[in-house]
Design a protein. Structure first.
Length: 231
């Protein structure tokens, strides 16, 4: 059992250890806890500098980057902080251009892509962070504005699934950083939507298959997992 109960955290895996950062429990948290599946144990780590929930995270070269989120007043943040497990320390990085929460993120070839979210309106914003230069670049917007979405990377493409734009979605869209363009088949559509529309979901990759897990529909009824094989 995780030591600190919370909702809206972010997580990343470094060296076979799962790091869970931030979230909320009667207020925003900066708590960082690490799970070692080899020993089935949790360890408390150095606190994140900024208390926040509904953030996103990505791992690049053994460093976990925590981006965006919201504070205790539900104000969207553009905060970026990096955690190095080898030294158990945090470093503040260049701020994300667009403050937002309920976003998602994915890493492709050492670049972190922050996608969608909310900051008073639903966003289609895509911004890319390069840790080598500590800088951000704006990319082609996502076709569908949404928050509460999830993402996974397969074969160098970022697949974005579900979320909400006032209504829960089953939309799937794919971004190719190599061409800075989103899947042109989406409008046809030639990429099948998820069988179940849902937001507040999670996603993970096993092999070349993306698993969309949990979430809720417009009635806040829970949903089961579904898998699809990206093209």
């Amino acid at each position: 059992m995780m030591p600190t109960a919370r909702f809206g955290p972010a997580a990343g895996v470094v060296g076979g250890i799962l790091y869970v950062v931030g979230g909320a429990n009667r207020g925003g948290l900066n708590t960082v806890e690490a799970y070692d599946p080899a020993t089935d144990t949790w360890t408390t780590k150095a606190s994140m500098p900024t208390k926040r929930a509904n953030l996103a995270a990505g791992v690049i070269n053994g460093v976990l980057y925590a981006v965006g989120g919201s504070n205790n007043n539900d104000v969207a943040l553009n905060t970026v902080e990096a955690y190095d497990p080898t030294t158990d320390t945090w470093t503040t990085k260049a701020s994300m251009p667009t403050a937002r929460y309920d976003l998602t993120a994915g890493v492709i070839k050492g670049i972190l892509y922050a996608v969608g979210g909310y900051n008073g309106g639903y966003l289609d914003t895509v911004e890319a962070y390069n840790p080598a230069t500590d800088s951000w670049t704006t990319k082609a917007p996502m076709p569908t504005r949404r928050d509460l979405l999830a993402a996974g990377v397969v074969s160098g493409r970022l697949y974005v699934v579900g979320g909400s734009n006032g209504h829960i979605l089953n939309t799937i869209e794919a971004d190719s950083p190599a061409t800075n363009a989103w899947n042109p088949c989406v409008a046809t559509p030639c990429m099948s939507p998820m069988p179940t529309a849902r937001g507040y979901l999670a996603a993970g990759i096993i092999g070349r298959r993306l698993y969309a897990v949990g979430g809720v529909d417009d009635n806040f009824d829970n949903s089961a997992a579904v898998a699809f094989n990206p093209r």
